[in-house]
Design a protein around this ligand. Structure first.
Ligand code: THU
Length: 300
C-alpha cells in the first residue's frame, strides 16, 4: 500500500495526512478493480505554484484546487481490461505502473474545507480521489460520466472511512433530536448527533429525572445508543441547545474519549457554529491508551 502514492510535500506539514491519503488511494484502486501494482506522484503545494502549473500546461492562468496529468489517456467508459492493458505498457523499472501526476493546492483545499464546513482531511481525501479517478480514465465532460465518476469517488471515500456529512447536516440532525428533549426540570433542551465511521448517525437528547442526578445528557444518550448497536468508531458529534452554545460537560467528554479521543466536536446554536477536537477539550485525558487495559489483563 505504501507504494501507491509518492509525495512531494511543498506545503506546511499535516501530521497523519499522507497516511490517510494512502488509505484513500488504496480504496480508489480497489474500487476500480486494478490489480496491477500502480502508483501516482502527488505534489502538495500552494496557490501560486498550482497557478503556474495550470498556466504552463493547460493555458489557464489561475489557481485551482487540484490538477491531474494521466500517463495514459483512456476514454471514459473503456473497459477495465483495456485500461489494464494500456497501463501494463507503463510498467517501469520499479515493476509498477505509473498512473500519472497529481498536484494539490493545500491553500485552496483549506479554503474549500472551510467553505463546505468539513475537515481539511475530508477535502484532501476528496481531491486525491477525484484526481486518481482522472488518472484511471474517468472524466466529467457530460452528466453520465460525471455521475459515474462521482459514484466511484463516493464508494472509495466511504470505504476509506471518510464521511461526506457536513457539519451543518450533523447539526441539523442534532436539532431534530433536540425536539425530543425530556427536560421538565431544567427546561434546557439539548440534542446531539454522533457520526460513526460507517456513515451512520445516532442521535440523542437529554433525559431528565425527578431524581435529578439520574438525568442523562444528549451526548451520552447518542453515544450509548450507538455503542449498544455495535458501533465503536466515531468521527464527529454535533451538539445543539435551545438557549446557549452547549459544549459537552466533563462527564460526556470522558465518555466519548473512551472511544474517540480525536473526535470532532461541533457545537451549534442559532446560526453560530464552533468546532474543536475532543483531545483539546479534554487534555491529558484518561482512556484505554493510559495503561488501564494492560493492568486489567495482567490481573487476569
Ligand atoms: N446537558 C446536556 O444534555 N448536554 C450538555 O453538554 C450539557 C447539559 C443537559 C443536562 C440537563 O438535562 C440539562 O442539559 C441542564 O443541565
Amino acid at each position: 500500500m505504501s507504494g501507491l502514492l509518492t509525495f512531494e510535500w511543498e506545503a506546511e506539514a499535516l501530521p497523519g495526512a499522507e497516511e490517510m491519503l494512502l488509505r484513500v488511494a488504496a480504496c480508489c484502486v480497489r474500487a476500480e478493480g486494478i490489480t496491477l501494482p500502480a502508483y501516482a506522484q502527488v505534489r502538495v503545494t500552494g496557490n501560486a505554484e498550482i497557478r503556474e502549473i495550470n498556466r504552463e500546461y493547460r493555458g489557464v492562468d489561475r489557481a485551482t484546487d487540484v490538477l491531474s496529468f494521466p500517463s495514459v489517456n483512456a476514454d471514459p467508459g473503456c473497459t477495465l481490461g483495456k485500461r489494464q492493458d494500456r497501463l501494463k505498457r507503463e510498467m517501469d523499472e520499479t515493476g509498477r505502473c505509473f498512473l500519472g501526476d497529481i498536484v494539490i493546492s493545500l491553500e485552496r483545499a483549506r479554503e474549500q474545507a472551510e467553505e463546505y464546513g468539513h475537515s481539511l482531511n475530508r477535502e484532501l481525501a476528496y481531491l486525491t480521489a477525484h484526481a486518481l479517478f482522472h488518472l484511471m480514465g474517468y472524466d466529467h465532460m457530460n452528466e453520465k460520466d460525471k455521475e459515474r465518476m462521482r459514484d466511484m469517488e463516493e464508494k472509495a471515500l466511504r470505504h476509506a472511512g471518510i464521511s461526506r456529512v457536513t457539519d451543518e447536516e450533523l447539526i441539523e440532525k442534532a436539532r431534530e433530536a433536540m425536539a425530543f428533549s425530556y427536560s421538565p426540570y431544567s427546561h434546557f433542551k439539548v440534542g446531539a448527533a454522533l457520526l460513526c465511521r460507517d456513515g451512520k448517525i445516532y442521535t440523542g437528547c437529554n433525559i431528565e429525572n425527578a431524581s435529578y442526578g439520574v438525568s442523562n445528557c444528549a451526548e451520552r444518550t447518542a453515544l450509548f445508543k450507538a455503542v449498544s448497536e455495535g458501533e465503536r468508531e466515531f468521527i464527529a458529534i454535533a451538539i445543539t441547545a435551545e438557549k446557549a452554545m452547549a459544549w459537552p460537560c466533563g462527564v460526556c467528554r470522558q465518555a466519548l474519549y473512551e472511544f474517540a479521543p480525536d473526535l470532532r466536536v461541533i457545537v451549534g446554536w442559532e446560526d453560530k457554529k464552533e468546532a474543536a477536537l475532543l483531545s483539546d477539550l479534554l487534555p491529558h485525558g484518561f482512556g484505554p491508551a493510559s495503561g488501564m487495559t494492560e493492568i486489567l489483563q495482567e490481573r487476569e
